[in-house]
Design a protein. Structure first.
Length: 290
């Protein structure tokens, strides 16, 4: 079984700070980690390899520093790791990112069959959850998002039964392979890396792919040139102030309602005067609607 996993290196913080001038994330001085969901995608791939044999390939598009994240995947059990890095990929939005990852996967497909693509549900910095679906669309493979559990998988028959989380509960889906799953953390709790992997990782050098070698990426579809998303303004919103607390037990209902209306009026959220003066709709017989 050959599984390809896409991981993203992200700042080790949910308290992202934005550079007000450039509108981009301040990454300097912020330690980087593997996007948490992606760790579980790698873990799942390694478990499937332990069950069915085969290999795990991990790809990432990022700055040279992202090589560290790939080494961690070798510790976890990945066999081959590819860093897709080039200044020309910088400032990519999700459309450009999904183009690069899909094109890289197509190049891997030319080397041999792939059974499964695993992506994290979303990245904790961009948070769009758009890249997995974008790549599945480009590769024209079935997509299952919010994947929670693989009930069964048969690489020979090329089918799998997957449970996905929805607002209404769990959906059980049968899919042909290869398919692309965006996974939740529950799909495979991360286990401690075995010593043998740690030793292998210490010597491992990820392959490095640029924007021209070994794959010739379409320069018009990468980086800022390939990104139609225009960041109008990016800023860290001011923390919300606590609202006023008015207690019926202290002031009585009438006074509370009066003050609440006063606050609403003062906030400008609603113009109470215009509501009060608005003509009440009539029932056509001169009577007012109840
Ligand atoms: C604060 C912030 C806001 C942003 N807002 C937008 C926006 O509104 N629209 C937009 O188009 N872009 C946006 N971006 C840029 C966006 O982060 C990049 O395009 C990024 O490469 C992919 O989007 P994402 O981080 O939302 O990933 P998601 O789509 O949330 O990632 C889902 C999964 O895709 C895989 N993946 C994502 N990126 C990579 C990668 N570089 N290499 C390998 N696998 C990867 C991982 O498995 C990941 O778990 C934003 C970036 C930041 C920091």
């Amino acid at each position: 079984m050959h599984t390809v996993v896409a991981i993203k290196q992200v700042p080790d913080t949910t308290n992202v700070r934005i550079n007000p001038e450039t509108g981009t994330l301040i990454r300097e001085g912020v330690p980087a980690i593997i996007n948490p969901y992606d760790l579980h995608a790698v873990e799942l791939a390694v478990r499937l390899k332990e069950r069915f044999g085969g290999k795990v390939t991990v790809i990432t598009m990022g700055p040279p520093k992202a090589a560290e994240a790939l080494i961690e995947c070798v510790e976890q059990g990945a066999d081959r790791c590819i860093l897709i890095t080039d200044r020309k990929f910088a400032a990519a939005d999700t459309l450009a990112t999904s183009y690069v990852l899909a094109r890289a996967i197509e190049a891997l497909q030319e080397e041999g069959p792939i059974d499964l693509y695993l992506f994290g549900l979303q990245a904790i910095d961009g948070d769009t959850a758009q890249v997995g679906p974008g790549v599945a669309t480009r590769l024209n493979v079935p997509l299952i998002t919010y994947a929670l559990h693989i009930e069964s998988i048969d690489p020979e028959a090329r089918v799998a039964v997957v449970h996905r989380k929805t607002e209404r509960g769990i959906e059980v889906l049968r899919t042909r392979l290869p398919a692309l799953l965006t996974v939740l953390k529950e799909i495979a709790p991360v286990q401690r890396a075995p010593l043998a992997n740690m030793i292998r990782a210490a010597r491992y050098k990820p392959e490095v792919w640029s924007s021209t070698d070994p794959v010739a990426f379409d320069q018009a579809q990468i980086g800022i040139r390939g990104s139609p998303t225009v960041v109008g303004r990016a800023y860290t919103p001011a923390p919300r102030q606590a609202g006023d607390v008015i207690r019926v037990s202290e002031l009585g209902l009438q006074e509370c309602v009066r003050r609440a209306l006063q606050n609403i009026q003062a906030s400008g959220a609603i113009d109470l005067a215009s509501i009060a003066s608005a003509k009440r709709p009539t029932d056509g017989n001169g009577g007012e609607h109840s």
